[in-house]
Design a protein around this ligand. Structure first.
Ligand SMILES: NC(=O)c1ccc[n+]([C@@H]2O[C@H](COP(=O)([O-])OP(=O)(O)OC[C@H]3O[C@@H](n4cnc5c(N)ncnc54)[C@H](O)[C@@H]3O)[C@@H](O)[C@H]2O)c1
Length: 243
């Protein structure tokens, strides 16, 4: 039995995580905490093996440090991590000998969308990404969009066709992640969607993923809670725990 504490338990993702953990016989929920609670004191009192964090981009990095420094394995869904922060947390986890996960996206379909996009980029180097989320999303672009662009860049062996950078209206061409254009849409009714749009000689290819409900992220959260306790280092991306 693996014991789990949920931080951000009053939020939309936190509530889904509480339900998913309660419904899995291999996991035991030992606490639900939120903004008003002291994370370090809660870990020391409740002694969870794993802390799931779905809070706010401004808090995710510090929360992960607190989780590791207090001897628990972090399963972090909170978005907004930059590369340097991930590296720092991986080094801290190695020092502590604790496994963990920072997941830009917990949905299995979204992870496959990223993997398939990286594979396609080996053959079709011309690619742009369009991601859509709800208006409540704190930051842009999404972590999934950034991670997809990073995976495409790592896989791409041929140079993309040059395009003009001249914008009549600032921002028209989207954000640039290592040469991959990334466009962010924020609309009510959307949970999380992403289209990876490839162009080739007289052909196009679209790889699209759509989360229709927040429960789509929960199989990934449950899997991560079970796997991180067997590891001794934080990994970045659910794909590292899926195989
Ligand atoms: N990785 C994924 O697959 C995935 C999927 C969806 C959302 N997210 C991310 O998860 C996070 C939460 O999303 P949400 O839709 O549940 O947001 P939300 O606003 O509905 O919930 C956030 C909760 O965290 C609490 N909170 C904020 N700061 C806190 C802090 N410092 N300590 C403790 N609690 C704090 C809030 O009071 C709230 O209850 C966001 O960063 C979002 O981008 C990740």
């Amino acid at each position: 039995m693996i014991t789990v504490l949920v931080n951000g338990a009053n939020g939309r993702m936190g509530k889904e995580a509480v339900n998913a953990i309660n419904n899995d016989p291999a996991l035991t929920l030992v606490g639900e905490i939120d903004y008003q609670d002291d994370l370090a004191a809660s870990i020391n009192a409740l002694k969870p093996q794993v802390v799931v964090d779905f809070t706010a981009a401004s808090a995710g990095f510090n929360n992960t440090k607190i989780i590791l420094n207090n001897g628990a394995c972090p399963v972090i869904g909170t978005s907004g991590f930059v590369e340097a922060q991930v590296s720092e947390l991986q080094a801290l986890s190695q020092q502590q000998g604790l496994g963990g996960l920072i997941a830009p996206n917990f949905s299995v379909g979204a992870v496959l969308m990223m993997k398939f996009s990286a594979e396609a980029a080996k053959y079709l180097p011309d690619v742009e990404i369009i991601e859509a989320h709800s208006p409540q999303k704190e930051e842009s672009p999404s972590g999934t969009g950034i991670r997809t662009a990073e995976m495409i860049n790592a896989a791409r062996t041929k140079a993309a066709t040059p395009t003009s950078d001249k914008e009549l209206v600032e921002g028209a061409r989207g954000a640039d992640i290592g040469g991959v254009k990334l466009h962010s849409i924020r609309l009510p009714g959307v949970i999380a969607q992403q289209t990876v749009f490839f162009g080739g000689l007289s052909e196009t290819l679209k790889i699209e993923h759509n989360s229709q409900h927040r429960e789509s992220f929960m199989p990934g959260v449950v899997l991560a809670c079970k796997k991180v306790v067997e590891r001794d280092q934080v990994v970045y991306g659910l794909e590292h725990l899926m195989d």
